[in-house]
Design a protein. Structure first.
Length: 166
């Protein structure tokens, strides 16, 4: 859901450019998966930033971040293709560098390493957001998925991917 801009490592009000304590989210009826409609409704600012589409993470929606190379191996696997879940590649500023993470959108975070789970109540920038000049991109879009994978399913795929590399 659009509602804020991402800049200087925090969300900012799109009008005042001041840091946001809370995000002014749009009505759920405005939610869309159409990137062209998002770009038309929330165009890029002069600074090259789009208003973010945000998923509020809670009890029934989780996000798990892994290294993009590892995510690509999982996404290419037969078990994943049989039951895919959305995966977004996010460029995020870390220690002065732009680091990419691949984030799996799941129905639960059970059996996953808690250090890589986005916290409940957190927000996940989704495409077509541009973060400090770098575009977020779908590795697997929601349109390609019938539902969300569970944490235990992803944990099994990550374990399988690790064992196959040996």
């Amino acid at each position: 859901m659009p509602g804020a801009l991402w800049g200087d490592n925090s969300y900012v009000d799109p009008v005042t450019k001041l840091d946001c304590e809370s995000l002014a989210l749009c009505s759920p009826v405005m939610a869309t998966l159409d990137p062209e409609l998002v770009r038309r409704l929330w165009p890029m600012s002069e600074e090259g930033v789009t208003r973010s589409m945000l998923a509020v993470l809670g009890a029934t929606l989780a996000a798990y971040a892994v290294e993009p190379k590892r995510a690509r191996r999982v996404v290419e696997s037969e078990p994943f293709r049989a039951s895919p879940t959305p995966v977004v590649v996010l460029p995020l500023p870390a220690a002065g560098l732009m680091v990419e993470f691949a984030v799996f959108v799941l129905s639960s975070a059970d059996e996953l390493d808690e250090g890589f789970v986005l916290p409940p109540g957190g927000c996940l920038p989704l495409p077509p957001v541009v973060i400090e000049g770098h575009e977020a991109q779908w590795l697997v879009s929601p349109a390609e998925c019938e539902g969300l994978m569970t944490g235990p399913e992803l944990a099994r795929l990550l374990t399988l991917e690790t064992s196959n590399r040996r």
